[in-house]
Design a binder for this molecule. Sequence first.
Ligand SMILES: Nc1nc2c(c(=O)[nH]1)N(C=O)[C@@H](CNc1ccc(C(=O)N[C@@H](CCC(=O)O)C(=O)O)cc1)CN2
Ligand SMILES: Nc1ncnc2c1ncn2[C@@H]1O[C@H](COP(=O)(O)OP(=O)(O)OP(=O)(O)O)[C@@H](O)[C@H]1O
Length: 201
Amino acid sequence: MSKKQLRQDLRQLRGQITSAQRLRWSNAISHNLKQGFPELQNCCVGGYWPHAGEYDPLPLMQWLSTHGATLALPKVLTSSEPLEFVAWWLGAPMRNDAYGIPVPDKSPIVAVDAVLIPMLGFDAGGFRLGYGSGYFDRTLVSLTPRPLTIGIAFEVLRVPTVFPQSHDIAMDYIVTEQAIFYRQQGKLVTLSPEECANMTR
Ligand SMILES: Nc1nc2c(c(=O)[nH]1)N(C=O)[C@@H](CNc1ccc(C(=O)N[C@@H](CCC(=O)O)C(=O)O)cc1)CN2
Ligand SMILES: Nc1ncnc2c1ncn2[C@@H]1O[C@H](COP(=O)(O)OP(=O)(O)OP(=O)(O)O)[C@@H](O)[C@H]1O
């Protein structure tokens, strides 16, 4: 199985999730994020505008902003550059990027403390499969200090391996509708939201 084939299969699998199911799973993911990462309320959080059946983080982001967080969305410059995180708030003027994903228009670049990272698939080592452009890998190596990375996916997108390469950066945490996972010595350890909230970060 090639990485390309795996992407196609997972895209198809995710496309079969009904909107009712996605809404139930998304509510559970938002709950895990709220309970497991209370410090996001005091952070600048990089989220994303949902695309092609991904978990929709916008309701959570709005909740975080009413609890003190500042928010950012990723902006594609060119396909060989890192993403920029730019300020976003409800009602910010937007335009569509080259993929048709809305991005804030003329918002300033901001430093993100934590990023919610959409995953097309993920594996037992905490590695993520994206759409194959390497945007998030390039972005994470470019940021110092590196923000907290929280990869997000539905459990059905878990695979034995995403065939990670040397440039692939494993997520610090992975959140699904079932649980929160922390990466320790290359393996995923399951945490309850309470255990996760009590971790020192
Ligand atoms: N919601 C969301 N926003 C994001 C990302 C993401 O993964 N999800 N990105 C994370 O990198 C960046 C955008 N990267 C993207 C890369 C590929 C495709 C995509 O749909 N590709 C099509 C092929 C389109 C084409 O060739 O023009 C595909 O995979 O079928 C979308 C976004 C920044 N914003
Ligand atoms: N740190 C990096 N510096 C330069 N190029 C990189 C870097 N990371 C990844 N790339 C390039 O991006 C390409 C795609 O990477 P990969 O297959 O890991 O994508 P992905 O993580 O699934 O996608 P994405 O992050 O866009 O959602 C790689 O072939 C590689 O050439």
